[in-house]
Design a protein around this ligand. Structure first.
Ligand code: SF4
Ligand code: SF4
Length: 374
């Protein structure tokens, strides 16, 4: 049975516009409940929450619970790396940020066609294998947002020393030709490499399905949330050892705990329902952004890309008879960020987007929808 992991990239915030304003009181409650429920895997990264997630988990978990009671994973920020010395300095900084002597799991973050050449040039796998030999890492893996052919290429070179692979898998992306979740899972399974799943609920999108789908789910499995369908889909895959969920509030966490503690994979009848749901959801999502925020730091115009896509999707999914109510959110956001039309088309955001979204094109749609009200 697959394990549940606590993803630390969407933590509760005191100020929704400040990624560093993590609500530590709520996070401590969540950490304690998660451990009490019998789960112990926590997944952070250098970049999460504008570089403050590692320190937050130190305060909420590491300084409050014995080291033997949890497993902690973090990741080498491939996008930042320029030299071999720097990767050693960052690794030491992460041990200090998290307040630990070793990491249970350690990943090269976002191995893809853009950053893999850096890993090869700087011998990042060799460095991390050395850290594993020295006992600073228990298990070594990488996260990847690329296609199955590229995954094969990385595993041909590094499969012998890879303990696990972290993949984006969810029922909506299962046969997506860009992310190729099914084929990537098959590659790992054929090599006997376990998979840790990220984005099982697609950044929360599969917790908020169209009303028609919600009704279908409720009829087929009364009392089960839409998010539980997403968790059960990935948890039932044979190659999956852990399902991460980026949990934002205690209720969401309790729902995940219920699903994974009394785990029951989707049966044949439920899979048929899911097949119909996928068609309806795909037709309803205008911009399939997961809200991961990988694109925002590099934008020279400080454009609030995921926020704009979220309100744009809301406006498209529930068109209003009069003016779109989301225009007020847009007006507030542009007071603090660049407008969608400020985009200069440099393309840096698209190079970082794991979903391979045509961000510049979608921003033109956002501007068309909202900027006439400014
Ligand atoms: S293409 Fe536009 S949105 Fe993307 S990083 Fe450049 S200015 Fe920002
Ligand atoms: S546009 Fe892409 S990189 Fe940016 S938040 Fe959405 S999915 Fe993530």
């Amino acid at each position: 049975m697959a394990d549940l992991g606590f993803g630390l990239m969407r933590l509760p915030l005191r100020d929704p516009d400040d990624q560093t304003s993590i609500d530590m009181d709520t996070l401590k409650v969540m950490v304690d409940e998660f451990l009490d429920a019998g789960f112990d895997y926590f997944d952070t990264a250098y970049y999460y929450h504008a570089n403050s997630s590692e320190r937050a988990i130190r305060e909420a978990l590491v300084e409050r619970h014995p080291r033997s009671s949890f497993r902690l994973a973090t990741k080498m920020p491939m996008k930042l790396l320029e030299s071999e010395e720097q990767q050693e300095a960052i690794f030491r900084e992460q041990l200090s940020n998290c307040g630990v002597e070793y990491f249970d799991c350690y990943l090269l973050h976002n191995i893809c066609r853009s950053y893999y050449p850096t890993a090869e040039r700087l011998h990042t796998f060799d460095f991390l294998m050395r850290m594993r030999e020295e006992g600073r890492i228990r298990r070594l893996g990488f996260s990847i947002h690329d296609d199955a052919e590229f995954l094969e290429r990385v595993l041909d070179a590094h499969g012998d020393h890879t303990d696990f692979v972290q993949l984006q898998v969810n029922y909506l992306d299962w046969d997506n030709p860009d992310t190729q979740a099914r084929r990537c899972c098959e590659v790992c399974e054929s090599r006997g490499i376990p998979v840790i799943v990220m984005e099982p609920v697609k950044g929360g999108a599969l917790a908020k399905v169209p009303p028609e789908v919600e009704a279908m789910f409720a009829e087929a499995a009364p009392g089960m949330s839409p998010a539980s369908w997403a968790m059960r889909f990935v948890g039932g895959l044979g190659c999956v050892e852990t399902v991460l969920s980026g949990m934002t509030d205690p209720d969401q966490m309790r729902d995940n705990i219920r699903t994974m503690r009394d785990f029951r994979p989707l049966d044949e009848r439920e899979m048929e329902v899911l097949g119909k749901a996928i068609g309806i959801i795909n037709a309803s999502v205008a911009v399939p952004c997961t809200g991961c925020r990988y694109c925002v730091d590099d934008c020279p115009k400080a454009i609030a890309i995921p926020e704009y896509f979220s309100i744009y999707n809301d406006a498209v999914n529930a068109p209003s008879k009069g003016l779109p109510p989301q225009r007020f959110y847009y007006m507030n956001l542009v007071g603090r960020h660049g407008k969608a039309s400020d985009c200069i088309g440099c393309g840096r955001c698209e190079a970082s987007c794991p979903q391979h979204l045509p961000i510049r094109e979608h921003l033109r749609d956002v501007a068309d929808m909202f900027e006439k009200y400014l």
